[in-house]
Design a protein around this ligand. Structure first.
Ligand code: NAD
Ligand code: ZN
Length: 359
């Protein structure tokens, strides 16, 4: 059975495209209870971008602090209940921020139309009704959340996305000016998510010409941003990184992620480590699986003088590592891609634990 994916309906790219947001939203404003909800990363509160958010008098604007934790099911349920209680069903939801905010916007757009807790819908195609119109405006690049069909949420029992065709954004606005202010380490960690998406999607059993075409281009762009002489946080590299993130997202969509992401979900679940940061800590030790990719990753770390924590496992207990391994091994689709359908014969729980202990 071949995957059959829905794409983002509309995409605008270029410096200053954020200024078009108001006109983009205009034709949708008459829908449902005729108001828009803007979910904006709290980082922008009091900054110039906040003044440029095209909110009308009837709209709601939420500034959300994404630093305490990655998006949770409780957080989505609470926001959804507030919106419904105060104003009803919005015409649209607009997320302005990094992967966390984009996932919040995607999940909210579904949850204003679906009853009960978002926990009920963590998984593939569990959402019952189409959500409302939703727009993603990334302010960090790398996760591919702008293009993916999942809204990753941490719930009481699992970290798993609300994944279905309706999750995909109706519109994305890719304005490279918005990512200029990302702090250097974060710029690296989140950008490396794209790099790792491509290495994993192109090294495994589900790789195909489609995923490779996006992956090769995305990797080239990552090298220009993080490795070549002209690397670094420059205006042109911000444009390249934004496109790399989009292409990397498509590369994995048409294939699958692998060992690093499986282990990363385990680490995030047990310790709350942020996705892109966890990926960097883990990928640094995966030379057995991705020798070329890990070698180049280490070069990028050196070139950009980035801090990747070492010896983190010295503070872990066996019970914690056990739990991480359970969470990682439950992600069958990733192992299936990385090691083949007989992956259970190729890796044991002890080996997964050993990978964690190396960190
Ligand atoms: P993030 O949204 O978690 O934000 C990281 C930090 O950067 C925060 O402190 C934020 O305030 C700050 N920030 C955001 N934009 C900024 C800017 N322009 N200038 C300065 N600071 C800025 O970062 P992320 O790495 O993009 O996203 C990680 C999240 O994405 C995780 O929750 C992860 O689960 C999710 N994710 C989703 C998918 C998907 O397909 N849906 C894929 C990968 C990761
Ligand atoms: Zn990722």
């Amino acid at each position: 059975m071949f995957k059959n994916f829905k794409s983002v309906d509309k995409c605008t790219f270029g410096r200053g495209t954020f200024n078009q947001l108001d006109s983009i939203l205009a034709e949708k404003r008459g829908e449902n209870d005729k108001f828009m909800v803007f979910v904006v990363d709290n980082y922008f509160k009091g900054k110039e971008l906040a003044n440029k958010v095209p909110a009308h008098a009837e709209d709601m604007v939420f500034f959300v602090d994404v630093d305490p934790h990655e998006p949770t099911t409780d957080q989505i349920d609470e926001l959804r209940d507030t919106i419904l209680a105060q104003k009803g069903i919005p015409a649209g939801i607009i997320g302005i921020g990094g992967g966390s905010i984009l996932d919040i916007a995607k999940a909210l757009a579904l949850m204003v139309k679906n009853e009960g807790s978002s926990q009920l819908y963590q998984g593939l195609n569990l959402v019952k009704k189409e959500g409302v119109y939703h727009v993603g405006v990334p302010t960090i690049s790398g996760t591919g959340a702008e293009v993916s069909m999942t809204a990753v949420l941490t719930g009481p029992v699992k970290k798993l996305g609300l994944k279905c065709d309706w999750t995909v954004f109706n519109q994305i606005v890719l304005d490279p000016e918005l990512i200029a202010s990302v702090p250097r380490n974060q710029w690296f960690y989140t950008g490396m998510d794209t790099y790792i998406h491509c290495i994993e999607s192109m090294t495994g059993y589900l790789k195909n010409t489609f995923s490779e075409a996006y992956g090769y281009k995305s990797l080239d762009l990552c090298r220009e941003v993080y490795l070549h002489d002209s690397c670094g946080q420059t205006a042109i590299n911000d444009e390249k990184l934004m496109v790399a993130s989009y292409f990397g997202g498509l590369s994995l969509t048409y294939s699958e992620v692998g060992v690093c992401h499986a282990l990363s979900y385990g680490m995030s679940y047990v310790f709350g480590t942020r996705h892109c940061f966890a990926n960097c800590i883990i990928f640094d030790h995966l030379e057995d699986y991705y020798p070329e990719g890990v070698r180049e990753f280490k070069e990028m770390v050196r070139k950009n003088d980035i801090f990747i924590p070492q010896n983190v496992s010295k503070d872990w207990t066996d019970a914690e590592v056990d739990k991480m391994a359970d969470v990682a091994l439950a992600l069958h689709h990733m192992w299936n891609h990385a090691l083949g359908t007989d992956w259970k014969n190729k890796i044991t729980k002890e080996q997964v634990k050993d990978l964690y202990w190396r960190m």
